[in-house]
Design a protein around this ligand. Structure first.
Ligand code: ZN
Length: 155
């Protein structure tokens, strides 16, 4: 168990493309567990490996508290609809922005046992999956926000 240091948006690693995981080994399992611990400590709903400095296609999504989903090599199979709302990022501390995202997602990913599974969901789950998979391609939500929110103006 370890809490990892989260890279912030001044770090150029966040702009790099992550590489697929070829095999689930003890290092990958430890990384995934540490990512979950780090996500809990930061009180977030999602984290990508690149945010802790590892350029591998691994994300953790925990929109259902207590049930983190580790997605390895996630691949979006379907998306539809639209939602618009505020988004933040553990790598962009103190900021939020309005981002349009599809409202529905179906995603395929490998789990820590090496099995591919499909997950689907709407609203926050979908938003989180798009946000985290963007990280794997070096994209930050600030690239997509149509308006940044000044924290002082939020109620
Ligand atoms: Zn993020």
């Amino acid at each position: 168990m370890a809490i990892l240091r989260i890279k912030t948006d001044k770090d150029p690693i966040l702009r790099k493309t992550s590489r697929p995981v070829e095999e689930i080994n003890p290092r990958i399992r430890t990384l995934a567990k540490d990512m979950i611990d780090t996500l809990h400590k930061a009180d977030g709903v999602g984290l990508a490996a690149v945010q802790v400095g590892v350029l591998r296609r691994i994300i953790v999504v925990e929109t259902d508290p207590g049930n983190p989903i580790v997605m390895i090599n996630p691949e979006i199979l379907e998306s539809s609809g639209e939602q618009d709302g505020p988004e933040g990022c553990l790598s962009v501390p103190g900021k939020r922005g309005e981002v349009k995202r599809p409202n529905y997602v179906k995603v395929k990913a490998m789990d820590l046992d090496g099995n591919y599974k499909e997950y689907e969901g709407t609203e926050l789950f979908a938003r989180c999956v798009f946000h985290e998979t963007d990280h794997l391609d070096g994209i930050l939500y600030t690239d997509k926000a149509w308006k940044m929110i000044n924290p002082d103006e939020e109620d």
